[in-house]
Design a protein around this ligand. Sequence first.
Ligand SMILES: NC(=O)c1ccc[n+]([C@@H]2O[C@H](COP(=O)([O-])OP(=O)(O)OC[C@H]3O[C@@H](n4cnc5c(N)ncnc54)[C@H](OP(=O)(O)O)[C@@H]3O)[C@@H](O)[C@H]2O)c1
Length: 276
Amino acid sequence: MKSARAARGATQSGAELKRRRRPRIVIRATGGRDGVLGEGSDVNSFPVGGIAVVIGASGGIGGAIADALDASGHFAEVVRLSRSSMPTLDITSEASIAEAAAGLARIGGPLRLVFVATGFLHDREVSPEKSWGQIDPAHMQRSFSVNAIGPALLMKHLLPLLAADGKAVFATLSAKVGSIGDNQLGGWYAYRASKAALNQIVRTAAIELQRRRPHAICVALHPGTVATALTGPFAKTGLDVQTPEAAAWQLLHTIDRLEPAASGHFLDRSGQPIPW
Ligand SMILES: NC(=O)c1ccc[n+]([C@@H]2O[C@H](COP(=O)([O-])OP(=O)(O)OC[C@H]3O[C@@H](n4cnc5c(N)ncnc54)[C@H](OP(=O)(O)O)[C@@H]3O)[C@@H](O)[C@H]2O)c1
């Protein structure tokens, strides 16, 4: 059997999958709170070593999470996957997800953390609907494909790979606008509905996970409003907008404090439950 490093070289060529050691860095979160990422980082509840993987590492929040995990030096491998990594991972393709899962399995270490930071809200052609008159089947299909079906396929292929003992977390970024109970404004039909579907999938998978790996945790997290390409067109005054680095620090702090009882819940970046 090949060593983990040899296997990695054979299956995960390219800078995106290489472990990168970074110097200790300090991140200033909103509200004047400093998050120190580096030695003694906020992922100390995980056993040292093993693998952390960030899906959507090319995005604003995903990139900041991967950088923070690298800076912590806590995991033996921080694997960054995206449509521009090598190998590529397109969350709308099950074959691509299965290939990535096989590559992770070949690395050989316990899979401790899966952080899913992919998502779709808009692009040059498509904007969130302001009225039911703008509902478009192709827009809805794409939203569900990226925001709900893709994470479900990641669960199918990666939950079975989670470490057999010790802390293990599958965290996926949802959005508060996916909350049905909290919906006061309307609009954004496709995004809201696809995130609500994601929340139900997280809850359902967590029930099965509890039977198979009672120590493991599967959660949906709302990151708050974060300055990324996803939110750029909707920037307005009065919002509490965070940098991706501050959001990453808070999200990792929350993940670090999660216990198995939190599995199947929809939490904000501070770990507080959001109504379904
Ligand atoms: N920013 C916020 O304020 C906010 C608020 C609530 C929830 N969220 C959620 O947080 C998550 C991350 O958002 P962000 O703000 O970091 O957005 P972002 O910077 O636009 O990142 C989105 C990521 O999704 C990836 N992606 C899109 N379609 C994909 C596909 N088919 N296959 C693989 N990757 C795909 C993008 O990859 P490419 O680089 O290849 O396009 C990118 O890595 C999303 O789920 C979003 O709904 C964000």
